[in-house]
Design a binder for this molecule. Structure first.
Ligand code: GLY
Ligand code: MN
Ligand code: MN
Length: 444
């Protein structure tokens, strides 16, 4: 860490400690133990997917090489970090990062029994909560008590300066990848080669990625989480959608761009118009707005596009009333972003708990909270031609209301999504993604 990061990290830990102290007191605990977790092997296998630490552990310890580590925290005391360093020649065991020493009492263990003894002693005489998958045997601790976990989840919506700096770094990497991916697409690359170009430019390994890259050409752009990477490129490709992120110290960005060739015809204008509407919507963001209202405002904008591009035969207002935009944008407008791509607490109404689920018919909306300064979330409208949903709409509405011949002509273009990550400020919003694109490539 450089000097600025060290300062930000120290402030970050101070804020986290103060909040956790409050949360422990309010929920009736004296101390908390947080387990980073361990890789979980596949069924009947001895291999595991890439390790992801418990995000509550990652909040304190921003290094994902922490398999088996455990944090102990009690208000007023120096947090203790138990780092697992097994005698092992199959993997490189985690090491103690240079920056950790200043903030934690460090205890390195190699055998599970050593940790067990230490935790039992730490929990002795204290009302202890355990945050993780499974508390060690004989440990008298409440496993993920809702009264505490709710408070911790709710608070994660607000990002510290350290978290924002990490997200900023992640965004720089992601944007470098996106520009390389765009160039690879226009250079004639396949999905697989575009993915390779992305990873190289973003300097990400698969394990670094906050989520698997979505690299879809043409109809694949209509598969919301398209998961394959075709080795060959279709002739006369029209559209390329890439939803890809990058991470820094556990914080990940989540960015989508859609690009078109001249073969896309009117669809290229539709992408441009969607981009304009996405920016227009972001301009309206300020503290106090409900994210649900913002989601509906985007649906109204999508309906205006459907009407303007003559994809519907009715007015934008009539399309909205009939819910037609839900066929074309069947996902939520956005979600909280941070240590998790879909950060926790998106429906939570208060630190104590309580949920505001999304309105009926909009179940995929992951964020229903009132917007407040310091929150980071995505704004990711899309407009897709998804055959399965179009069939349902046609069965429902018959030949009316929708211009089916135009829909059929545009279906081979798949779809478009534009996704930026925004930070709410005291009186508005910063678009972290576009700021980074402007720095990297003034032309975006
Ligand atoms: N990349 C997943 C999402 O946009 O939510
Ligand atoms: Mn995304
Ligand atoms: Mn997203």
């Amino acid at each position: 860490m450089d000097e600025t990061s060290k300062r930000q990290y120290a402030e970050h830990l101070g804020l986290i400690a103060a909040h956790w102290e409050q949360a422990l007191t309010a929920s009736g605990f004296d101390a908390v133990i947080v387990a980073a977790g361990r890789p979980k092997t596949h069924l009947f296998d001895d291999l595991a997917p890439f390790f992801r630490p418990n995000p509550h552990f990652a909040l304190w310890f921003p290094d994902r090489h922490c398999e088996g580590a455990v944090l102990w925290f009690a208000p007023g005391q120096r947090p203790k970090l138990h780092l697992h360093q097994p005698e092992d020649y199959w993997i490189l065991p985690p090491t103690v990062p240079a920056w950790a020493d200043a903030h934690f009492e460090l205890a390195v263990f190699s055998q599970a029994e050593q940790l067990q003894q230490a935790l039992l002693a730490e929990a002795q005489g204290r009302r202890t909560a355990f945050i993780g998958e499974r508390a060690p045997a004989n440990l008298a601790a409440a496993l993920n008590p809702a009264a505490l976990v709710n408070r911790l989840h709710h608070q994660r919506a607000w990002k510290t300066d350290f978290a924002l700096a990490c997200l900023g770094q992640a965004t720089e990497s992601g944007v470098a990848g996106h520009l390389a991916a765009r160039d690879a697409y226009y250079g004639g690359s396949s999905e697989f080669d575009i993915l390779s170009a992305y990873l190289k430019a973003a300097k990400q390994t698969e394990a670094d990625l906050p989520y698997p890259c979505i690299v879809g050409l043409d109809e694949h752009a209509a598969v919301l989480h398209y998961q394959h990477y075709k080795r060959s490129r279709p002739p006369n490709s029209r559209v390329f959608l890439i939803d890809a992120g990058a991470s820094c110290r556990g914080y990940g960005c989540d960015i989508t761009r859609t690009w078109a060739t001249p073969q896309a015809g009117a669809f290229a204008d539709l992408i441009h118009a969607l981009d304009e509407q996405q920016r227009g919507l972001i301009d309206t963001i300020e503290p106090g707005l409900s994210f649900v209202d913002l989601h509906f405002a985007m649906h109204r904008r999508i309906c205006a596009l459907l009407s303007r591009f003559e994809l519907v035969k009715c007015s934008a207002a009539a399309a909205f009333e009939q819910g037609i935009s839900q066929t074309f944008m069947p996902h939520g407008l956005g979600h909280l972003l941070g240590l998790q791509t879909h950060d926790v607490g998106g429906w939570q109404t208060s630190p104590e708990g309580g949920q505001q689920p999304p309105p009926e018919g909009h179940e995929t909306l992951r964020l229903t909270r009132t917007i407040e300064a310091g929150m980071v979330f995505t704004i990711e409208p899309g407009l897709y031609f998804i055959p399965m949903l179009l069939r349902e709409l046609r069965a429902e509405l018959g030949g009316k209301a929708v211009n089916w011949s135009l829909v059929e002509r545009l279906t081979p273009c798949g779809g478009a999504r534009i996704e930026d990550n925004v930070l709410v400020t005291a009186d508005g919003v910063r678009n972290l993604t576009r700021e980074a694109f402007r720095r990297a490539d003034g032309a975006e």
